[in-house]
Write a protein that binds this ligand. Structure first.
Ligand code: SF4
Ligand code: SF4
Length: 433
């Protein structure tokens, strides 16, 4: 660690506070992730990404930066990483999933704000996140109210480009706006990097990033098997960490993991018994190290088999068409792909309901947990529609609203136990009838 202190200092980090952050995270990782039984061997690589997230990866990024590359920090799936990559820049994720910096954010922001926003902002004002510190540009988006107002505050600390995201992208005016916003972001990237984004470079980046999404989809599809060959925590971890890694390297490591899992499937091996209850989590994003709900559910013997989330299917289920050759075609393909991500900031957002319904069927789900981060109004209100939908389909649903603290762990555990008992009783009745 000592050899990285100079690097962190050069990024303007608060070394003492950062040490305290690392000390608080290590036992948590051990308790939640590495203590799991029967983990795939190929998870070692993804564990090493977690271990190196504030050391080796930051050194890589610092070296790339010294060689003239720019770093762009993003908070949302709508930040078009294809454009960032085509400009020769590197995109990193900045969404906070830790409780550690929340208190500090609350010295500035209202307490009744989503923990993801508070955690991200707390990392910035506490100088404890090397990814914030190393970023040359932040890219925000007008998705939810909390985030868009916080970008105004972040812009006072770091240059922040905000993309206006239409809330109804199916209309012609929504589509026109999206295209215009992509064009403005492209110009911003060109001026940041001094590189022209050509159609050729964009097409290459589209293929590169499609390939990583396809690898993650391959991993996700393997979880359709009964029993699933990988735990929900491990699959979530891969989604969370691979996006900050080198794109080609993470893609090939995900494929290696999939090969191991395919062998497990051939041998009928899983991480749980084939009778474990299969649950889907749908809702607000789960940024690293937010493994709380997965940890509680899987410690109770359930198998989380799919996340309809920005840390899950919403990231990798849609691809950008690489067919066009002109800049106009490729930019239109970006709009098509990005506007097909069903986030609750859209209104109406019927595609998400269809997606939840399809995933429940494809992944042989016994029950669904509708997960909302506290004060995340869009996902919370949309939960009403999900409840109605799943009731009609006779799929049990549990609604959980939580933050990043451990205060409600016991309460969530009790509710989940009761939920799982209810599903088991229902399944037994169905099987006996
Ligand atoms: S939930 Fe919506 S606003 Fe939040 S990261 Fe995902 S796409 Fe972006
Ligand atoms: S989780 Fe909800 S409230 Fe929080 S940033 Fe995302 S959309 Fe906004």
């Amino acid at each position: 660690m000592g050899s990285y202190v100079e690097l962190w200092k050069s990024l303007g980090m608060d070394i003492e506070k950062h040490d305290a952050l690392l000390q608080s995270q290590r036992p948590f990782f051990k308790e939640v992730v590495s203590s799991q039984k029967n983990r795939p061997k190929k998870m070692e690589y993804f564990d090493s990404l977690v271990a190196g997230s504030h050391t080796t990866r930051i050194k890589d990024l610092a070296n790339l930066k010294a060689a003239g590359n720019k770093i762009v920090g993003a908070f949302c799936l709508y930040a078009p990483e294809e454009l960032v990559t085509a400009a020769g820049a590197i995109m990193v994720g900045l969404c906070g999933g830790a409780n550690f910096p929340v208190w500090e954010a609350e010295t500035v922001l209202p307490r009744n704000l989503c923990p993801l926003i508070k955690s991200s902002f707390g990392f910035k004002i506490g100088y404890t996140c090397p990814y914030f510190q190393i970023s040359d540009l932040l890219v925000g988006e007008t998705t939810c109210d909390g985030k868009k107002k916080v970008y105004e505050l972040l812009n006072e600390l770091s240059p922040t480009h905000v993309m206006e995201i239409p809330h109804n992208p199916d209309t012609s005016q929504g589509r026109t706006l999206w295209l215009k916003e992509l064009e403005l972001f492209k110009q911003q990237l060109e001026s940041l990097t001094g590189n022209k984004i050509t159609a050729e470079k964009l097409k290459e980046s589209i293929e590169l990033i499609n390939n990583r999404r396809k690898a993650l989809k391959r991993l996700s599809d393997l979880r359709k098997n009964v029993p699933s060959p990988i735990s929900g925590i491990d699959a979530l971890l891969v989604n969370q960490v691979s996006c900050d890694d080198n794109i080609q390297r993470s893609t090939s490591k995900i494929h290696e993991l999939c090969e191991e899992l395919e062998d497990r499937v051939k041998n009928g091996e899983g991480v749980t018994s084939k009778n474990a209850l299969r649950l889907m989590i749908t809702g607000s994003p789960m940024a690293i190290p937010n493994w709380k709900l997965h940890h509680i559910a899987e410690s109770l013997g359930a198998s989380i088999v799919v996340e309809e989330s920005c840390s899950g299917t919403r990231y990798f289920n849609q691809f950008v068409s690489p067919k066009g050759n002109s800049m106009d075609d490729l930019m239109a393909a970006l709009v098509d792909r990005y506007s097909a991500i069903p986030c609750a900031c859209f209104t109406p957002n019927n595609a998400r309901l269809q997606s939840i319904s399809d995933l429940a069927k494809d992944f042989h789900v016994d029950g669904v947990i509708n997960y909302t981060l506290q004060f995340c109004h869009t996902f919370n209100v949309e939960g009403v529609k999900i409840e109605t939908l799943l009731k009609k389909q006779n799929i049990p649903l549990l609604r959980v609203e939580s933050d990043y603290s451990q205060e409600d762990t016991g309460q969530i555990q009790t509710r989940l136990e009761a939920f799982m008992e209810m599903i088991s009783a229902k399944t037994a009745r169905r099987d006996n009838s």
